[in-house]
Design a protein around this ligand. Structure first.
Ligand SMILES: Nc1nc2c(ncn2[C@@H]2O[C@H](COP(=O)(O)OP(=O)(O)OP(=O)(O)O)[C@@H](O)[C@H]2O)c(=O)[nH]1
Length: 214
């Protein structure tokens, strides 16, 4: 079965979440991915926002991505929220700012919190060192690679300013989930993974992406 999303037939729907401290550039990265440019101005993300996007993982196999971007500031972060936020997610982008040691430490801490009970299903990760356009670096390659090894996740550097590797970040995670599903590593939930024939509103947007805020 499949569903028609904004006029395009999709076989799967993957929920992806973006996690990282406030100000690491998650919203700009998502904006760059969806719109192909760096935002002149980004609205303050109060709580979380969700965007839909369609990606073809192999010829004829399209996935509806539901990408959740949560404000990373510590006042928006607690265990209950994590649970709600990552519930039914197939994948997660763990984002830190290469120029901020603190953002890396906070990210590791949040990952530990997620492991301590909040996520009970298999979730695949991609670790993202963001703002690689800048020269200042406070996090060295070795420790990043060590963390990526612990996660069993690929590490990629990106910049929403230049666009470097931004599409690759989202596509890498999506393809990992898809391959994980094919190999049996990831189980897709009935209600969100393999799309049923529930029709989504075709007329909401003429494009393949749409956003909402909660
Ligand atoms: N140099 C550089 N700055 C960036 C990049 N991406 C975003 N920024 C800047 O980083 C700041 C924070 O960007 P946001 O996208 O709002 O960060 P966020 O992680 O979504 O922040 P929260 O919503 O608070 O969690 C803004 O001033 C952006 O202009 C990048 O790739 N390079």
């Amino acid at each position: 079965m499949s569903a028609v999303v904004n006029g395009t037939e999709c076989l799967y729907r993957f929920k992806i979440v973006m996690i990282g401290e406030g100000y690491v550039g998650k919203s700009c990265m998502l904006y760059r991915y969806l719109n192909g440019l760096f935002p002149e101005q980004i609205n303050v993300n109060i709580g979380a926002s969700c965007c839909d996007h369609i990606l073809e993982v192999e010829p004829g196999v399209r996935v509806q991505l539901q990408i959740w971007d949560r404000n990373g500031h510590k006042s928006f972060w607690n265990r209950q929220l994590i649970q709600i936020y990552i519930c039914q997610s197939a994948g997660c982008l763990l984002v830190f700012d290469l120029g901020s040691r603190e953002s890396f430490e906070v990210l590791k801490h949040r990952y530990t919190e997620m492991c301590n009970g909040a996520y009970t299903h298999t979730m695949l990760f991609v670790l993202v060192g963001h703002k690689c356009d800048r020269n200042e670096r406070e996090v060295n390659q070795e420790e990043v690679e060590q963390f990526a090894g612990e996660l069993g996740a690929p590490y990629i550097e990106a910049s929403a300013v230049t666009g470097h590797n931004v599409a690759e970040v989202f596509e890498l995670l999506t393809r990992r989930i898809y391959q994980g599903y094919l190999s049996g590593e990831v189980r897709l939930h009935e209600s969100w993974g393999k799309i049923n024939d529930k029709k989504l509103n075709k007329d909401e947007s003429a494009e393949n992406s749409k956003c909402c805020v909660s």
